[in-house]
Structure formats: C-alpha cells, structure tokens
Design a binder for this molecule. Structure first.
Ligand code: SF4
Length: 420
C-alpha cells in the first residue's frame, strides 16, 4: 500500500473519530504480549483512563467517514462538505499491528460512518477484529462501535472478537433524536444493545458449565450521549442514562459536551462554548448513582431539573437536606458516611477501618484525606474545634465556594476528579 495514501487516510479518519469519547478500555483482562519500544505521539492515538486509574493508549479511528445518514450534530453527516476517506479492512489490521509492535498503542478503538447499510458496515468492522484475533494473534484491546440496525448474527460475532462493544445513543430523548437525526430511531440502538446484553449473560453462564466457552465482549458494553445539542435538561439526560444502565447492564455511559460544528438553526451556534462544566457535573451524578448509593430522584427531580454548576451534586443534595446532618463519623453507617460532602469512597473505607481502633478526631480525618473545606459543615467527630451549626445552606455554599475557587476552576478540565 502507498504510505502517503494511508497516512492521508489516517489523518482524516483519526480526526473524524475524535468527537467520540466512549473509548475507555476498562475491564478487559486479555494479556498484553507485546515487548517492543516506542512512543505515543502519532496522530490517531488517544489516551484514556481505566476504572482502576490505568492510562492506556488506543489507535482511535473511523473505518470511513462516508455516511448515508445526515445527523445534524455530526461532522461526518452526508451533507457536510468535507474530505472523505475509507480504509480497507487490511489497512486497519496492518496499521494496528504496526503501531502495536512499536508500542505506540495497547489497542484499537474502531468506529465508522455508515456506508451502504448497517450490515455492510458492521461486517467490515467485524472483519477487522476477526483478522486481528485469528490471523495476527492480536491480544491487545479492541473496542468496536456497533452500527445501529446491525443484524443479530453480526453482533454475536462482534462480541467474540472485541473486548468492548458500544452503540451510541447520541441524543438523550426520542424527540431530540427525531429533530436532529431523522434517519435514526431508538429501536435501532436498542436492538444491538439487547443482543449484546443477552449474549454476555448466556456466554457467562455457559462458561460456568463448559470451561472452553469463549469470552464474549469481556469488557462489556457502553454508550455515549451528547450534552447540549438538543435542549434536554439534566434530569432527562440522567433518567435516560439510568434506564440504559439498568436495562442493558452497561459498563459506562459517557457524556460528551456538544462541540458546535455547523450552522444549523436546530443546534447551538458556532462559537457557543462547549458545556464542559455541565459534562463534569453529569459524570459526578453518574458516579453518585453507581457507587455512592444515591437514587436518581434525590439528585434530579421536578424541582431540580438542572444540576448546580457551582457545586458538585453531592454537596447540592446535602445543602437541600441539612436535617440529615451532622453525621457522626465515629458511629454512622457506610451509606451515611458516603453522603458527607468532601468524603470519597476511599475515605469512607479508611474511616470504617480506622475507627475500630480509636475515636477519630479532625486530625485523623485530615490524615485520611477528606476535603476539610466541604466536610467541616456536615460531620461531627471526637473534637468540636471547627463545628459551626447555625449556618443556612446559602451561607455554607458561599463559604465553601469562597475557599475553593481555584480548585473548582481547575476541575473544569478534569472530568473524573469527582468528589474528594
Ligand atoms: S450515522 Fe453516525 S456517522 Fe453517520 S451522520 Fe449519524 S452520527 Fe454521524
């Protein structure tokens, strides 16, 4: 193959893939057998963090940016006047193997515009993964995007070769989807998700009986929603997210602040800031629901349809429920400890363990690593040095913000540095 031509395709198709944020490669346990050397400076390589904090690099590309659909929010839409390109299956295989051998990447994130039909495209995505696994004996991480509307048979095959599969919901409500992506309908996302969920369950139960049963999508499935393209409030976004977590056993939902890329009256105009802070607050809420034992109605409901951008959602909940505080850290159960602003789950576990040996005071809590600025208004311990109990929610919020301005500013770009 001509190096220049492949390089040109790589530039186009890596650039087109950068809008997709759903590429965390968490949860896979395939063995990395590569022992080469190299660096990660090539275009098309993204870094992503796993749930256990590991940073991994992936070759992140589209198979093609040709598309028969015209979703208004997408740079690849058919009406957009851009340079188009398409990789051949073998070209993606060769690129992946070359980058992997040089130690530039630990895996592949492969998505695609839809050319001809959902199945035609999905078949090619599956072929890449199949060739990598069977012909190249590739044990690196593979994340394949599933094409909405792809057949059950192709979805079944995809999971046998990919570590993770994902179908992007993109727009959180059906009305929004109808407005911005009239060629799509929600049933086309749900069908492959349902299939993947059922296959994962089935393969897992078969593996318990027959050891040689292959793994099916061992890192599970995920999805992505665009935030700020179609006017939904935070409550609608998080209820959609909650629905998909519960019904399709998703590993992750990713929230991607809309980047204005087109002059279209249905969308925020070019120059509108990307809603990064809102995106961060949604991730924090997602974390509260999955790991901190909160119910969605406690955070978002008819009276609170948007998250407070000034403060994290746990602090927001605490200020609305001051009657639940102060919590005695030497006596409270795990559930209530996890609800104290300024305490992450790591601190909660450390407290539970440390208090078996002594009554904890502020010095102990600071040593454990709690965020004193937020926590001081919501807990009691074996000293009352800092306690002030006659403050209104507004006053507490003001004091916390006053003492944490620089930290909040720096948090804007750090989506997963959540609660402390
Ligand atoms: S189908 Fe996918 S690639 Fe095609 S325009 Fe819609 S979002 Fe973009």
């Amino acid at each position: 193959m001509s190096f220049e031509r492949v390089q040109e395709k790589l530039n186009i198709l890596a650039d087109a893939a950068k809008y997709d944020v759903s590429c965390s490669s968490s949860g896979s346990n395939r063995t990395n057998t590569n022992k080469g050397l190299g660096n990660a400076s090539n275009s098309g390589i993204c870094h992503t963090y796993t749930e256990d904090g590991r940073c991994v690099s992936l070759l992140k590309i589209l198979l093609t940016n040709h598309c028969i659909f015209d979703c208004a929010y997408c740079v690849t839409r058919k009406s957009n006047d851009i340079k188009r390109a398409a990789f051949q299956v073998q070209e993606v295989v060769d690129l992946t193997i070359n980058f992997y051998r040089r130690n530039y990447i630990e895996g592949l994130f492969l998505s695609s515009g839809i050319f001809k039909s959902a199945d035609y495209t999905m078949e090619r995505l599956v072929s890449v993964a199949k060739k990598l696994r069977l012909e190249e004996n590739f044990n690196g991480y593979i994340h394949l995007k599933s094409i909405p509307g792809a057949s059950d048979e192709l979805m079944r095959e995809a999971g046998l070769y990919a570590d993770r599969l994902s179908v992007n919901i993109e727009i959180p409500t059906e009305e929004g989807l109808k407005l911005l992506a009239p060629d799509k309908n929600r049933a086309d996302f749900i069908k492959p998700m349902e299939k993947v969920k059922n296959e994962i369950i089935q393969y897992k139960s078969e593996k318990k009986l027959i050891k040689s049963t292959p793994k099916y999508a061992p890192a599970g499935q995920s999805t992505q929603m665009i935030v700020g393209a179609s006017g939904e409030n935070d409550m609608q976004i998080m209820y959609t997210s909650n629905y998909f977590y519960k019904n399709f056993n998703l590993k992750r939902v990713y929230y991607s602040g809309y980047v204005p890329i087109s002059y279209d009256t249905r969308l925020p105009q070019i120059g509108t800031p990307v809603p990064m802070l809102r995106e961060n607050r949604l991730y924090q809420t997602d974390w509260l629901l999955r790991f901190y034992g909160f119910h969605i109605e406690e955070i978002l409901n008819k009276d609170n349809q948007y998250l407070d951008l000034d403060i994290d959602p746990k602090l927001g909940w605490a200020l609305r429920n001051l009657h639940e505080f102060p919590v005695d850290v030497n006596k409270a159960d795990k559930r209530m400890l996890a609800r104290i602003p300024g305490l992450g789950m790591k601190s909660v576990f450390k407290i539970l363990s440390a208090r078996r040996y002594r009554q904890l005071n502020w010095d102990h809590l600071k040593a454990i690593g709690i965020s004193f600025n937020r926590a001081q208004y919501f807990l009691i311990c074996a000293s009352n040095q800092f306690e002030t109990r006659d403050l209104t929610p507004e006053k507490i919020k003001g004091l916390i913000l006053q003492n944490s301005k620089s930290k909040y500013t720096s948090m804007l770009s750090n989506q997963l540095n959540l609660f402390g």
